[in-house]
Each structure stands twice: as structure tokens, then as C-alpha cells.
Design a protein around this ligand. Structure first.
Ligand SMILES: [Co+2]
Length: 344
């Protein structure tokens, strides 16, 4: 996205600076106050003060220029991480997305969820470490991601680059760690996906870096509340579509929208399994049954435009108008008489 396009969208920008970091010159950012003028509603939307992440120019397409992290030989890899396997994002249609309850499978799945939760919490403590030193040069988020993974010695299931996706400010999901350092006022989503003993764990949280402005704090709080309300209506016999309805109703009187581009998913031996979990108002069939394990992971965006666009790298998803976005994710297992949240 060029500056010209931003102006066409009605955004006012002040200073634009290019990243002067060495190897991964992917990010162009600037701090400015974003106001979007919508001709339809005739209102100014004030999204607050924060840095906008944009792709480095000239664009580099794809991710082949990014060196994948080396994984120690003893770390067990999922099938799609082996040479020739790229199946992490395809859902096998025949899968029911259910596991047998009360046996070894439930226990292994719970262990994967629990490890993912610990990694997420650990990552949060590392954000706090960075937080204290944002004023001086510190670890880049690239090193941060690699460091977190090194500590847990588990494999991120996400993307073949084997890095934890870190999505900052206007990045909705799948931000690829690079040499940008965390800045005071950033909000950063850390999406932890791990593979343990044949099962996947998947959870994410959006953390505050230093002094985040009020709109940023509120966005994160609303996102967490949307997730918790959606989890609150889950149980055996409940229609899956109640998840989207609950989030929709919660946001109705607020100046936020939920992305319909990114869905939750069944999870277990398969990383992205049936059922697809829609976070927006929908009329999809399907009822939660004991043994269903799935993620709920709403992406909540400031303002009423939930559209995103994908960077030339093919992964990083930014909001269309550079409004901020936050995400929170838990794994929910439906039991015979209720639910277990495996990552809480
Ligand atoms: Co997920």
C-alpha cells in the first residue's frame, strides 16, 4: 500500500520513516494519528495514536527470501512440516472434528492445549521484558519469536517458516517476525501453535507494550470479552452459529467489527479440522457434540470496516484502512455435560 492510496482513503499522515534496520527491510512504519472520514456515515473515526505497519518497498513477493528457522532434529514434526508436505491449511472434508472423550486422546489433546497456554503466557512475560526496554535497542521481534520457541523446544505448527506469528497494531493476523523492534504503544498479538505428541495446541492473546492509548486498550478488552462471551454459550447441543451471533450482538452498539475472513477451526491431530467456526453473524448448520474440539479466535477491528488485504509476502494481513486489530484465541472441548477450555 502506498502513501498515495492512504491519502485516497482519507487518512491523514504526518511523518513517514523507512526502517533502517539491516537485513529484513520489510517494514515501513510511522506514528501518526489516524482519522478515517466516511462519506456514508459522515463521521470521523478516530482510531488513536500508533505506528502503522506497511510492507517494505520495493515489494518482495512471497517468503522465499526469509530463512526458515532450523528445528533441532529431536523435535517431532507434523506431517505437513516434512519435505513435500504443505497440508496445514486444508481441511479434510470427511473429518468429523471429534475425538473420543475420557481416554488417551483427550489427555494428549489437553496436554497440547496446556503447553500452548504456557508458551503464550511465557511470550507475554517476554513482551513485558521488552516493554521495560523499548526506549533502547533491544531484541527484534524476529529474535524474540525464535527465542520463545527455543525455550519450549516445540514446533510452531504455523507456516513453514517456523516462527510464531506476531501481529502488531494494524496487522490482523499472520505477521511475520522481522527486525522491527517493539515500540511503546504497540499492541501485539502472539499466536502460539504447537505440535506435541501428535496433537496440536493453538491459542493467542494480544499484549500491550508500554503506554497504549485508550482506544488501543479498549480494543484489546473488547476482543477478550467477545471471546469469553462466545465461549460462554458453548456446550453440547448448542448450534455453532450461536458463536457468531453472540459476538455480533456484543458488538452491535460498539464501534468495532469482527473479521469474517478468519475463522476458528476444529483442532486435534489435524491442525485445521472441521468444523469451521465463523465469528460473524451466520446461518451455518451444525451442532456442538461431545468430543468436538475447536478454536474460537475472533479478530476484532476498530471501526466498521472489517476488510483486510494481504501483503506481498502472501501472509501478513493488514486491515484495509490501517485501523488496529486485536485477536484472542482459546481451544474449547465439548464434553458430555459442558465444556473444557484447554488453553485457559
Ligand atoms: Co487457530
Amino acid at each position: 500500500m502506498s502513501i498515495v492510496k492512504l491519502r485516497l482513503l482519507g487518512l491523514s499522515s504526518r511523518t513517514w520513516t523507512r526502517s533502517n534496520s539491516s537485513s529484513h527491510k520489510r517494514v515501513l512504519w510511522s506514528t501518526f494519528r489516524i482519522r478515517q472520514f466516511s462519506t456514508e456515515q459522515e463521521v470521523f473515526e478516530d482510531f488513536g495514536e500508533y505506528s502503522v505497519i506497511l510492507p517494505e518497498e520495493p515489494f518482495v513477493f512471497g517468503v522465499s527470501h526469509i530463512k526458515p528457522r532450523t528445528v533441532p532434529a529431536h523435535v517431532k514434526k507434523p506431517p505437513y512440516a516434512l519435505p513435500g508436505g504443505e497440508q496445514a491449511f486444508g481441511i479434510p472434508k470427511q473429518n468429523s472434528g471429534k475425538i473420543p472423550l475420557g481416554g488417551v486422546e483427550e489427555s494428549l489433546l489437553a496436554q497440547a492445549g496446556s503447553l500452548a497456554k504456557k508458551v503464550r503466557q511465557f511470550a507475554g512475560t517476554q513482551v513485558k521484558v521488552l516493554d521495560r526496554s523499548v526506549q533502547r535497542p533491544t531484541k527484534s521481534i524476529l529474535r524474540f519469536s525464535a527465542f520463545v520457541l527455543h525455550k519450549v523446544e516445540s514446533l510452531p505448527a504455523t507456516i513453514s517458516l517456523q516462527l510464531i506469528p506476531l501481529s502488531i497494531n494494524n496487522i490482523a493476523v499472520h505477521g511475520i517476525p522481522d527486525d522491527r523492534k517493539l515500540e511503546n504503544g504497540d499492541i501485539i498479538n502472539i499466536d502460539v501453535t504447537i505440535y506435541l505428541n501428535g496433537y496440536h495446541g493453538d491459542t493467542s492473546e494480544t499484549f500491550l507494550v508500554g503506554d497504549v492509548d485508550e482506544p488501543g486498550k479498549e480494543l484489546v478488552q473488547v476482543t477478550n470479552e467477545a471471546l469469553s462471551r462466545a465461549i460462554g454459550i458453548c456446550g453440547p447441543g448448542r448450534p455453532f452459529k450461536d458463536i457468531g451471533r453472540t459476538i455480533h450482538e456484543y458488538l452491535l452498539d460498539k464501534d468495532y467489527s469482527v473479521s469474517s475472513t478468519f475463522t476458528g477451526h476444529g483442532i486435534g491431530k489435524v491442525f485445521h479440522d472441521n468444523p469451521a467456526i465463523l465469528h460473524h453473524l451466520n446461518d451455518e448448520p451444525g451442532v456442538m457434540e461431545p468430543g468436538h474440539c475447536f478454536t474460537i479466535e475472533p479478530v476484532i477491528i476498530q471501526g466498521r470496516n472489517p476488510k483486510v488485504w494481504i501483503f506481498p509476502d502472501g501472509w501478513t494481513a493488514s486491515t484495509e484502512n490501517c485501523a488496529r486489530s486485536a485477536q484472542a484465541e482459546h481451544m474449547v472441548l465439548i464434553t458430555n455435560d459442558g465444556i473444557k477450555v484447554l488453553t485457559r
